[in-house]
Design a binder for this molecule. Sequence first.
Ligand SMILES: Nc1ncnc2c1ncn2[C@@H]1O[C@H](COP(=O)(O)OP(=O)(O)O)[C@@H](O)[C@H]1O
Ligand SMILES: O=P(O)(O)O[C@H]1O[C@H](CO)[C@@H](O[C@H]2O[C@H](CO)[C@@H](O)[C@H](O)[C@H]2O)[C@H](O)[C@H]1O
Length: 473
Amino acid sequence: MTQLEELLAGWIPRQRWFAGKGIPIDELTVESQHVLITGLPGLRILVVAVSQEGAADRYQVLLGLRPAGTLGADLAHAEIGTAEVDTAAGAKPQWCALYDAAHDPELTAEILERLAGSTPNGASANAVRFRRLPETTIRTGLRSLVLSGEQSNTSLVYGEDYVLKVFRRLWPGHNPDLELTAALTGSPFVARVHGWLEVDLTDEHTATPVPTTLAMLQEFLRSATDGWVLAGTSVRDLYEMPDTAPGDAGGDFAGESERLGSATASVHRELARALPTDLLGPGAVTELAESMVERLHSAADQVGELKPYTARLRAAFDAFAELEEPLPVQRVHGDYHLGQVVRTDAGWVLLDFEGEPAVPVAQRQRLSSPLRDVAGMLRSFDYAARYQLVEHPRAEELTGTARAWARRSRDAFCAGYAAAGGIDPEKHLTVLRAFEYDKAVYEVLYEARHRPSWLRIPLDSIAALAGGTPSTQ
Ligand SMILES: Nc1ncnc2c1ncn2[C@@H]1O[C@H](COP(=O)(O)OP(=O)(O)O)[C@@H](O)[C@H]1O
Ligand SMILES: O=P(O)(O)O[C@H]1O[C@H](CO)[C@@H](O[C@H]2O[C@H](CO)[C@@H](O)[C@H](O)[C@H]2O)[C@H](O)[C@H]1O
């Protein structure tokens, strides 16, 4: 490994977005390095291949370079290390402080400049192509700030105008977030896309170069409040007055849930209009159910606490496999939860159409049932009701209240979804349950990897859903 690779091997495992935490890194290689700013301070985009347990994953690093010893206190937290680097062609290698350039507005300004200057066909900088949608103009000279929060990617807000979402884990192909958000252009329920960056990555199966999305520039929604925060406030208020029914509490969430259900149905309708749809016959449904069973077994192998529930969960997947009527499928959000929706002055807006970040892109691009998204949001109501009970001194006493809040949000969401023309989720319970269980299994793995102290949230839900401890459903 080079000096840079050694440093990255120590730094990457500590990043929130790194999916392979806790597993030793066998090898790390800088697969490609694209210089956006030469000299110092310098900016490069690195595609880094990380091998663990025999499989390699690719990650994107925005690398900032400054002369060693000159990194300001404001960038100290972003430091990767110090190494000797070739900073410009023909120049002598120089000792440089290397850091995550996402945190350096002086460098990130270059990305906005290049996007603004790009033609719709995309100017290229050292193999990175900058694309701007033909009908948009992009303001430049705005300082960026990294959005804080538990993210799978890194989002930079430029001024009050744009969000640049930097995709960290890369798979050959266009990111579904870009594909779907661009297909929904003009919809009041998504934030408008202005442009993106792409590079060719070699697909290991076909050995061909495939244009791959590195980052997406979107309108910043100034008046946005996170759905997770709004729901959490409603739950917190209710837990302060446990003898009150959720409908009688000041912060009742049912109205918002209903409007969210309605916005979700509209987006599903628009996606079905803009992109392919299909009907899955019995064979394909069985295959889908089998993939759920496979995910269950793989999760149970990794997280032993799931094992007692596998038989019950499996029964739900088997019931789904026996579905008699064809299953309508289309492009869907794929990782739908309260953290993916924001409430603006104009209503709910859906974000992050990336799908489950741990799943290969080709799989995420498959058509699926819109009930999968409905199930995702219903799981999220369950999370919102439960997470404040983790370590709550009155957790047991509040279980009934949590159940009532989740039930009320669930009913309102489904009613809003059906009233806006979506299929009535409550009339397709076999399908809905299978997707809810499958999501909960995914969450067990997700929490075990990223937030072990929250592992009991999906596990408790599974216990409840599968007939164990009291249910919030
Ligand atoms: N266009 C936007 N306008 C306002 N806030 C946004 C926008 N895009 C993202 N956010 C905020 O950033 C958070 C994370 O964004 P998201 O796209 O879900 O990233 P990730 O895939 O990394 O989780 C969202 O929950 C939201 O609060
Ligand atoms: O938003 P991301 O695309 O990064 O999605 C991943 O992280 C989510 C957590 O941030 C995770 O969602 C789970 O936790 C949420 C509360 O934090 C909850 O509302 C969701 O229902 C639950 O699934 C998501 O699964 C993961 O893919």
